[in-house]
Design a protein around this ligand. Structure first.
Ligand SMILES: NC(=O)c1ccc[n+]([C@@H]2O[C@H](COP(=O)([O-])OP(=O)(O)OC[C@H]3O[C@@H](n4cnc5c(N)ncnc54)[C@H](OP(=O)(O)O)[C@@H]3O)[C@@H](O)[C@H]2O)c1
Length: 333
């Protein structure tokens, strides 16, 4: 598998990263723990060296499972987790609203909690999950700088931050990445966020490479979600890619993309991942999966998509896709 660095930092990652949200119990529908662990292992065996999770995934459950999955190869990987998104610990429903909260004491404690859940004594890359607009961004950045000095984290970054938020954060910490939604159906970061990240020699962690499941070829017009699945909401990070009125037309887009891919012997998930990687500001395309066979298939996304294929895909999505994020539209912060 190919490798990239995060901008001009010396932190290297496989171009595809294993995404841990689907193993956050209570948020991404039902799954089998053993299969999720096998998925992570099979990803590692096939060259994936970056594993992404967050405290909020399953309210700690996702980190615990990730910790079990990577235990045997922890030292060989880049382990990424996120904090500063708090939840009501007395509420058993893990799919209810949570809030961005970068209170410095809570954030410092949450780093220690993540270390415990992940069964490790350092986190390679720690991200502020969502911007807490009630405080200056120097507040969480200073907590991350202290955690670096204490040897608890190696690198710092942010997620879902706009240009001005990154600018402010960079005054207090050498953040190396912004983890943002970027995929065939969401091109909102292209106009402002991506050029800024490139200019600052940082790298993007792209999330939702398969549009959170829409780009897998497994959905049909009767697709429904269980109550413990965030995708039952009508919006996906501010977009409406699979709302009732848009699902049919977007599934037709997915079929058309698959037809183009047949010529190259590529499945829709492999096309979706390689499309993300065609952008050189992207350091790593995150792909979430709890099934070993799916994770194995996704490895084939490490492929240099020909320019003409990318142009054809873009034309189809931008002319016939519905509820999609176009370049320049505001990203969800
Ligand atoms: N920073 C943030 O705010 C943020 C937001 C969203 C995501 N993320 C990160 O980015 C990662 C990727 O995003 P995501 O997981 O939401 O979306 P994704 O990777 O686009 O899609 C995940 C979904 O696709 C399914 N899938 C994956 N490979 C498949 C295959 N080959 N065939 C059929 N289905 C397949 C998975 O199902 P199965 O489990 O059944 O395989 C899962 O339901 C997350 O896991 C998380 O680490 C970060």
């Amino acid at each position: 598998m190919r490798k990239r660095t995060f901008g001009n930092s010396d932190l290297e990652t496989s171009v595809i990263g294993y995404g841990g949200w689907p193993m956050g119990r209570g948020q991404y529908g039902p799954f089998d723990d053993d299969n999720a662990i096998k998925s992570a292992k099979i990803s590692y065996e096939n060259g994936i060296t970056l594993f992404d999770t967050a405290a909020i995934y399953g309210w700690g459950y996702g980190e615990k499972l990730m910790g079990k999955a990577i235990k045997d190869f922890r030292k060989n990987i880049v382990l990424v987790t996120k904090g500063a998104r708090e939840w009501d610990r007395n509420n058993p429903d893990r799919n209810t609203a949570t809030i961005a909260d970068s209170d410095p004491i809570k954030l410092a404690n949450s780093i220690d909690e993540s270390l415990r859940r992940l069964q490790t004594d350092y986190i390679d890359l720690f991200l502020i999950h969502w911007p807490d607009k009630t405080r200056p961004f120097s507040v969480p950045m200073e907590v991350l700088e202290k955690a670096k000095k204490d040897g608890k984290i190696r690198y710092s970054g942010v997620s879902n931050f706009s240009v001005s938020m990154m600018e402010e954060s960079l005054q207090s910490s050498d953040i190396i990445t912004n983890q943002i939604g970027y995929h065939i159906f969401d091109r909102r970061p292209e106009e402002e966020v991506m050029p800024y990240i490139k200019k600052k020699n940082m790298g993007i962690m792209a999330y939702g490479s398969m549009a959170h499941g829409l780009l897998t070829g497994r959905w049909n017009t009767s697709k429904t979600f269980s109550n413990d699945d965030w995708r039952q909401n009508t919006t996906n990070f501010g977009l409406h890619s699979w709302s009732k009125e848009n699902l049919k037309s977007n599934l037709e887009v997915v079929n058309k993309i698959q037809e183009l891919g047949n010529e190259y012997n590529k499945s829709i998930t492999q096309l979706a991942i390689s499309w993300v990687l065609a952008n050189d500001t992207v350091s790593v395309a995150l792909a979430g999966s709890t099934k070993p066979e799916n994770s194995k298939e996704n490895i084939g996304g490490d492929w240099d998509m020909p320019d003409e294929l990318k142009k054809e895909i873009d034309k189809i999505v931008l002319t016939t896709g519905s509820g999609v994020g176009k370049s320049g539209m505001e990203i969800a912060t």
